[in-house]
Design a protein. Sequence first.
Length: 291
Amino acid sequence: MKSAFLPDRGVVKVAGEDARNFLNGLVTTDVDRLKPGLGRFGALLTPQGKIIVDFLITEVPAGHGGGFLIDCPKALAEGLATKLKFYKLRAKVTVENLDLGVLAAWDGQPAAQPDLAFTDPRNEALGIRILIPEDLKQKLSDLIGADLVDAADYEAHRIALGVPRGGLDFMYNDAFPHETNMDRLAGVDFDKGCYVGQEVVSRMQHRGTARTRSVKVLLDDFSPEAGVSVMAGDKSVGTMGSSAQGKGIALVRIDRVAEALDAGQPLTAGGLALQLADPDVVRIPAKQPTA
């Protein structure tokens, strides 16, 4: 088993008697279904339905004070805390940006189950996440029987699984949940009640109007830089995101990429060839006729 401390992750705590209902009325995931030891994937959206910040969230055991811990990009943690305080109005909640980080562990089963640990809900192969101070990373790695490696190893693992990362594979405040595959990564609960941006997300789901998607790509030898255009001939069809070890993630217009594939046009980024790992991912299923 491998483990890596992720220096780009921060932790925000939301506690208080109204914390569960407060969060459930704001974010895309169903907080009512959370319990200690379980994690969920979700996001806080703008009223227009775009992602302000995506995160993993878990419930804190009563023995640790209760409440909820939000595992989010460290650069956005303070802004998330401020935004939540803005929304709280008279709700009985407290919001803190904690001095904690994230230890990710994958490729095996942990020898022990630490506190504040949960399986990554986006993809079981991503492993578990443990919310700890950085100075405990070696101790916790030893406890669960994992070899502590560099965060770059975890990034390569994430990319190989095709799981997008905000700030690299899509830009915050510029992407809808469907575009970053949150609907496919258990990040949006379509049966829960209202939350900020819910109407737009529900409309995209029911009308099937998502034309931009994060897709996994395969690369030859060299990796294009993040941010360069993905081209089909002389037409831009998307943007390259993160890449490692011959694999990458790109944000593309699936209809335009499908047209290019049908026409036999190769895809490139920064002059380098790339292929879709799964060409069928850009095919929009035909709507079935109604009786």
